[in-house]
Design a protein around this ligand. Structure first.
Ligand code: B1M
Length: 211
């Protein structure tokens, strides 16, 4: 059952995934298993294939959308079944930057591995990141930038997080085409991801989770 559910996620068959998850719930299969062995398991394989260049961006986006269709069926049942998110993250494209394709891909992949994701959107000011981190009590701030001119906004956001006294509670992570590991280190980010699959691994490691 879980194998064919995972297969349908990887094929990106949204309606089949939705129906299979509904069927699994109807048959009283444990929500945790449907989530971990079906949906998250599939996205882990997708991430691995993406990292190995066996899958490309459109295929990953399609799989992530199918996974979301299944997740939507399960979400209302999480509380009752004692399913806790692996961790909570805030993600956004930094101030001045409107590029969101890569950020959305990262958000979907991170969500697909069991994190609760608050997507702040694009052109997100440092104060907005701070406000969302405070209200959500998320443990990780994920920033994306596609323009060399907006990369400094990542540094400003990290500084704003420190000034708000959140640096002991919130880890920071950066990524996007012009961002490099040395830039990440220089601005004091806790982590960097070169692509969506690497971002998932880094998010898990920063929050000390191995779902
Ligand atoms: Co723009 N743009 N753009 N653009 N655009 C680039 C980035 C550019 C390189 C094109 C070029 O000149 N060759 C260039 C930047 C040059 C530079 O800064 N040095 C550029 C420019 C100049 C501009 C404008 C200034 C153009 C203008 O108006 N004169 C303008 C800026 C607007 C603004 O933001 N204020 C602009 C506008 C646009 C569009 C609106 C038309 C559109 C964006 C649509 C959208 O996002 N909704 C657009 C696009 C599509 C691009 C290109 C063609 C493609 C970007 C993309 O989506 N890639 C881009 C050229 C290119 O990259 N080939 C370009 C696919 C995406 C999946 O990859 O975003 O890299 P990427 O994400 C990857 C990784 O980087 C990583 O994972 C993702 C998946 O593997 N990643 C993370 C991303 N975020 C991460 C966060 C993480 C970890 C990993 O952790 C937190």
């Amino acid at each position: 059952m879980f194998e064919s559910l995972a297969g349908s996620v990887m094929e990106g068959d949204e309606s089949k995934v939705q129906k299979m998850v509904e069927e699994a719930v109807k048959n009283k299969l444990p929500v945790k298993e449907i989530l971990n062995d079906g949906l998250i398991g599939a996205m882990n394989v997708v991430g691995e294939k993406f990292r190995n260049c066996e899958l490309f961006v459109p295929e990953v986006l399609i799989a992530a959308k199918a996974m979301k269709a299944g997740l939507a069926v399960l979400k209302p049942l999480f509380d009752k079944s004692g399913v806790q998110p692996v961790g909570k993250v805030v993600i956004g494209t930094v101030k001045g930057d409107l590029h969101d394709i890569g950020k959305n891909l990262v958000a979907m992949m991170v969500e697909g591995t069991g994190f609760e994701v608050l997507d702040a959107g694009v052109d997100v000011a440092p104060e907005k990141f701070v406000e969302l981190l405070k209200t959500s009590q998320a443990g990780l701030c994920m920033m994306s930038a596609l323009l060399t001119t907006t990369m400094p906004a990542m540094k400003s956001t990290i500084e704003a997080i420190q000034e708000a006294g959140l640096d002991g509670k919130v880890k920071t992570m950066v990524g996007g085409a012009p961002v490099t590991p040395s830039f990440a280190r220089n601005i004091g980010a806790d982590g960097y991801g070169s692509n969506a699959a690497a971002a998932v691994e880094m998010a898990k490691s920063l929050l000390g989770k191995r779902p």
